[in-house]
Write a protein that binds this ligand. Structure first.
Ligand code: NAD
Length: 488
């Protein structure tokens, strides 16, 4: 049993102002594995004050980008060196299979930090433009104090998607992790101590949504970076809008994987389903609708069924496990509810659909394949956030694109085909923020984010850094040169 009694504010572990406790419950054993303080509004006030002080009066924004990048590199090194330890923590608190925790939760997080450290070398924080009226020095300055609010499904990764660019930009940060996954956030606080991050640059208060709402509307916050549900994203956008705060929202998805008639099933099936069931299906980018040509429908359903039925379900800490439990019993209820609705609306269960007999405890749902799904049905329209993948038939590639676009979401997607040019053509027509031809991938040097109700703004790539910067233009007398600043 791990017990934490402090919040992390101003570079110190200090007591919470409240006496509430959050219990962290293992999704596998259903037992309490840790207790941490339930952060309060007053804790947030302290954290914002510390971040404000570090931004307004501290050295952090005055360091060079290269100096700030050095901290990111050290943090990435530390996380990589302790990868299994971090992976065990995340698997224990939220049930992610250990092998996914290693690569998808931890190593990927270090890669993002390293990417932003590297970007310091090429990004133009200042540039001189020749201009029309005369030369202009264009500066990119930190937006200020950023609030980072993250969900439980990829807690460290969604944190570094904000922390990497925010710190490189020169912002200071208040992080509010989810109550389900506080333990990796405490490790992050300790890691910041180890690398000697200046006091107040990162402050962490674990709390629920009401305290999150207090953070969003706090006058000391200049920018909100949020990852979570579309419902919460709308509330946060409204609250941020009332104060004209900058906001980036990474929200839900219902992404489609199109198998064109010439798709190689040996490639397409593991890639699409690997993404659909990734992290026990609790992934915003999961390919949860598989669109199959009617000519190859039964052959493809057989291949998809065989792959799904072969998944190893079990203890998330067992390295052999491919599908672990859902994060909470309420999440299992939600997923089971969607499976029931899918059947009521005409979907047929090809594989799974219930609780695995092998698990006497834990919030497990079998990997489930629903076939013959109507594109307008609930299971094809709403984000389930569990190990449930739907199969839909189409007659022509044009119809497949129409079905893919028949969604309020637009986060990810993929197409499988022997003709890469045809795949690119499909990619251009699907209204979504990230897309892959003949694989499932997320490229860290390219922008990541959603069309439609999947979000506002972008993380990753230089675009993710720009989200933590304000542009300033300084018009200069004709003929002025600024040493060390490139002319573009
Ligand atoms: P959630 O929206 O309930 O909570 C996310 C975080 O926001 C938590 O820390 C929560 O305490 C906080 N929160 C909730 N309401 C708030 C409010 N009104 N003001 C301030 N903070 C608030 O989401 P969840 O159930 O924890 O996570 C699952 C959702 O996250 C899914 O919809 C998933 O698609 C989405 N997600 C999106 C991405 C992406 O990059 N697009 C990545 C991962 C998860």
């Amino acid at each position: 049993m791990e017990t934490r009694e402090h919040i992390y504010v101003g570079g110190e572990f200090i007591p919470s102002t409240g006496n509430g406790t959050i219990e962290v419950i293992s999704p596998h054993t259903e037992e309490v594995i840790a207790r941490v303080p339930d952060g309060t509004n007053a804790d947030i006030d302290k954290a914002v004050a510390a971040a404000r002080e570090a931004f307004d009066n501290g050295p952090w924004p005055q360091l060079t980008p290269a100096e700030r990048a050095g901290y990111l590199t050290r943090l990435a090194e530390l996380i990589t060196g302790e990868m299994d330890d971090w992976a065990r923590t995340i698997s224990s608190e939220m049930g992610s299979p250990f092998s996914f925790s290693q690569m998808g939760q931890v190593y990927a997080s270090a890669m993002v930090l390293n990417y932003y450290a590297g970007l310091a070398e090429t990004y133009h924080f200042e540039e001189l433009r020749t201009g029309i009226m005369g030369p202009a020095l264009v500066r990119r300055e930190p937006v200020g104090v950023a609030a980072a609010i993250v969900p439980w499904n990829v807690p460290l990764f969604t944190t570094v998607l904000k922390l990497g660019p925010a710190l490189l930009a020169g912002c200071t940060v208040v992080l509010k992790p989810s109550p389900e996954t506080p333990l990796d956030a405490y490790k992050l606080a300790e890691a910041c101590e180890t690398i000697g991050l200046p006091k107040g640059v990162l402050n962490i208060v674990v709390a629920g949504r009401d305290v999150g709402a207090h953070l969003v509307s706090h006058p000391g916050i200049d920018k909100v970076g949020f990852t979570g549900s579309t419902a919460a994203g709308k509330l946060i956008a409204a609250a941020a809008g009332a104060q004209l705060k900058r906001v980036t929202l990474e929200l839900g998805g219902k992404s489609a994987s199109i198998f064109l008639p010439d798709a190689d099933l040996a490639l397409a099936v593991p890639q699409a389903l690997g993404s659909g069931f990734m992290n026990n299906g609790q992934a915003c980018v999961a390919q949860t609708r598989i669109l199959v040509s009617r000519d190859r429908y039964s052959e493809t359903v057989d291949a998809l069924s065989e792959w799904t039925a072969a998944q190893v379900v079990g203890d998330p800490l067992d390295p052999a496990t491919q599908i672990g439990p859902l994060v909470a019993s309420r999440q299992r209820d939600r997923v089971e509810g969607y499976i029931a609705i899918a059947q009521k609306e005409g979907g047929k269960i090809a594989v799974g659909g219930g609780r695995p007999a092998s698990q006497s405890k834990g919030w497990y749902v079998e990997p489930t394949l629903v076939i013959d799904v109507d594109p307008n049905s609930t299971i094809a329209q709403e984000e389930v956030f569990g190990p449930v993948v739907s199969v839909l038939a189409y007659d022509t590639p044009e119809e497949a694109i129409r079905i893919a676009n028949n969604s309020n979401f637009g986060l990810s997607g993929s197409v499988f085909t022997a003709d890469v040019a045809a795949g690119i053509d499909v990619a251009r027509k699907v209204r979504t923020g990230t897309y892959t031809v003949n694989a499932f991938a997320l490229e860290f040097a390219a922008p990541f984010g959603g069309f439609k109700q999947s979000g506002v703004g972008r993380e990753l790539g230089p675009e993710g850094l720009a989200a933590y910067l304000e542009s300033k233009s300084i018009s200069l007398p004709a003929g002025t040169e600024v040493p060390g600043v490139p002319t573009v």
